[in-house]
Structure formats: C-alpha cells, structure tokens
Design a protein around this ligand. Structure first.
Ligand SMILES: Cc1cc2nc3c(=O)[nH]c(=O)nc-3n(C[C@H](O)[C@H](O)[C@H](O)COP(=O)(O)O)c2cc1C
Length: 354
C-alpha cells in the first residue's frame, strides 16, 4: 500500500490517540506488526510549540519510517505553518484531524466541527497541501462520518479533499455527536471508498481479527486502523495479520514475551517522559496490559499506589513472573469488544481527539 510516494509495510494501522500513541507505543506497535502509525495530534497554535508536551510529540528519534504527524486547528494559515514546522522536524506525512469531538483543541471547535463548515474545511486542506507540496510530503485526512445522523457529509468532504490533493482518507464510523458511544458503522466508509480513487482507511471498533476481515470485505477499504483495542495489546496487529493470511488464530503470546515487551515499553516510556512523569503516565498502560489477567485488577490497584519508577518496573516484572508459574501463555481475551472498548464511552478522556 502507498501513501503518495511512500510504501507501507502492510494495511494495518495504529490509530492516533492523544496521551496513548506516543513514540514508544507507536514503535512497539510497529515492531509487532502495524504497518503504519500516526502521531498524537500536534496543535497548530504556535505559542504551544515550545511546551514540553508538543516538543515531545514532535520528537521522532529512532522511529521506524514513515513518520506521520497529525495536526489540528481551525485557521488555514496556522495549519499551513504547523505542517511546515512538523515537516522541518521530520514529518514525512501530514495528517489533518477532522475527527476530534473535544472542544479544547485551539480553544475552539476544531476537529470534527470542521465537518460542519465545508468551505473552511476545504480552505484548510488546500493551505496544508500547498505548504506540504514543495517538500513532496503527502497530506492525509482523518474524519468522522459527519456532524450528526442528519448531516453525514463524509462523502462530500472526501470528494473535495481528493480534488484538493489529499492522498489518503481515514473514516471513523461515528458522527461527532456520538462521541465514542454506540457502535461504529461502516456503510459510510463503503460510500467514501466508492466515491474516491485515493486509499481509504476504515476505523472504529475493530478489535478482533474477524472484525478486521469483515470490514475489509464489507467496505473494500485499503487499510484498517485499530485504536483502543491495541491499548495493552500491541500484538493485536500480528494477530490480525496472521488471521488474514491463514484464516487461523495465532497462539496467545507467551507470558515471558509479554513481560519482556512491557518492561522494555516502560524503559522507553521513562526515557521519553523522565522517571516521575513517566512512572505516573505508565500506570494506564500497565492497567491495560493486566486487564482481564488473573489477579490483574488487584495488581493494578497496588501498582497505582507505587510512586517510584524502579519499584513500578520491578512490581510489573514480579507480577508476570508469578503469572508464569501458573501458565505459559496469556489467557485468550474475554469474548466481547476488548478491554478498552468496554470502558464507558463517557470515561474516555477529554483529549480523545477523533
Ligand atoms: C484516548 C484517545 C485519544 C484519541 N486521540 C486522537 C487524536 O489525537 N487524533 C485523532 O484523529 N483521533 C484520536 N482518537 C480517536 C481514534 O484515533 C479512533 O478514531 C477512535 O478511537 C475509534 O477507533 P477504535 O474504535 O479502534 O478505538 C482518540 C481516541 C482515544 C480513545
């Protein structure tokens, strides 16, 4: 699969998730079978570019290419500037966020609100494409199906974006009004795919290999994008790849492998954020990894009280050592949509921007 001149390893993508898909997590997913990952959203507000948060997000050291950076905002000139800024820092693909349901982006309705203002959406796309074109950097767009059930205009925006030079579209199968509630639908993805010639990526509630297979078949999409189901299960990409290739399920990962993956993930995490901040922000990842495992809930509660990163790292190692005395492999995930998808949609943090 291609995005403009860039060839991707496969058709399984990690969704951008603010506060989750930082460089260590993206890199881990790529090493476990994801062909492509988009960074967490970077604001188009220049006054925030020097904050620690944004400079961490704009740091791609050691990441497997291609480097894709997502930008968000409501002003065409600022978005063009943000594209140029990130291209200067190594972005090889610029993704425009038109899916964010949260209000805090740029203190205004950005993200999915742009879908309500088609002329502004198009002006932004044109400005970003113009800024990226001299660098031969492709521009992609991520959106929802529309503002609400009565205004599902993804097809209109898709056509306009393609005419303006966008080279790939991702559609999260919910309206902005739905937030993360209800189920994703894929009919709009099918309609978008039929309406354009550029690659189309289906997203929303893809949590099992079977669902990935069915979404490919139903929509004719070029790739599928997995978000919440990869939280704590970054090996889902190789599971999907194996199932699509063979029709069979890969064995559950060995406990010893998950132990090593998670401990390495924590090391990378502490390195990016520093030990104190890293220890705190690692808690959510650890909680996702142990969700549904024997003694996992108790361990998560205990681990959340640890305030030192070395002790946290040690406790995680000890938990998996103990688990390995009972079983070689992780138990299969419980039937259902997966740990993260079971979270009450209202609990998804306010920076869940897409
Ligand atoms: C915690 C969180 C943060 C998110 N942040 C972003 C973001 O920065 N940009 C974006 O386009 N989408 C963002 N999203 C939306 C996801 O990319 C994806 O569209 C959505 O979760 C549906 O896919 P899933 O059902 O596979 O999770 C976020 C979602 C979550 C749960």
């Amino acid at each position: 699969m291609q995005i403009g001149p860039l060839t991707l390893a496969n058709r399984l993508f990690v969704a951008p998730m603010a506060g989750v898909t930082d460089r260590p997590f993206r890199q881990l997913c790529k090493s476990l079978g994801a062909g492509y990952a988009v960074s967490e959203m970077v604001t188009s507000r220049r006054d925030l570019w020097n904050t620690l948060k944004t400079s961490r997000r704009a740091n791609h050291e050691g990441e497997t290419t291609p480097i894709a950076v997502q930008i968000a905002g409501t002003d065409a000139a600022m978005m063009a500037e943000a594209a140029a800024y990130n291209i200067d820092r190594g972005a090889q693909i610029i993704d425009i966020n038109m899916g964010c349901p949260a209000k805090k982006v740029c203190n205004k309705w950005a993200g999915s609100a742009l879908m309500q203002d088609e002329p502004l959406a198009l002006a932004i796309v044109e400005a970003v494409v113009a800024a990226a074109a001299p660098h031969r950097v492709p521009v992609t767009l991520k959106m929802r199906t529309g503002w609400d059930a009565a205004h599902r205009n993804a097809v209109t925006i898709a056509r306009a974006a393609e005419s303006a030079g966008v080279q790939m579209l991702t559609v999260h199968g919910r309206t902005r009004e739905q937030g993360y509630r209800g189920e994703a639908e894929y009919d709009t993805v099918t309609a978008v795919k039929a309406a354009v010639r550029i690659p189309v990526v289906a997203n929303g509630d893809i949590a099992t290999p079977e669902r990935a297979r069915d979404v490919f078949a139903a929509t004719g999409c070029d790739a599928v994008m997995v978000g919440r189901a990869a939280q704590g299960r970054p090996w889902i990409f190789r599971e999907i790849a194996h199932f699509l290739d063979t029709g069979e399920h890969l064995a559950q990962p060995l406990v010893a492998e998950v132990r090593r993956l998670l401990l390495d993930h924590l090391e990378d995490h502490y390195q990016l954020y520093g030990e104190f901040t890293g220890m705190r922000s690692a808690r959510k990842h650890i909680g996702w990894y142990v969700h549904g495992l024997p003694g996992g809930d108790d361990f998560r509660k205990r681990m959340n009280r640890i305030d030192d990163c070395r002790q946290q790292w040690q406790a995680v190692g000890d938990y998996f050592d103990e688990l390995a005395t009972h079983t070689d492999r992780l138990p299969p995930p419980a039937a259902g949509p997966g740990a993260a998808l079971e979270e009450d949609a209202a609990d998804i943090r306010s920076d869940a921007c897409g």
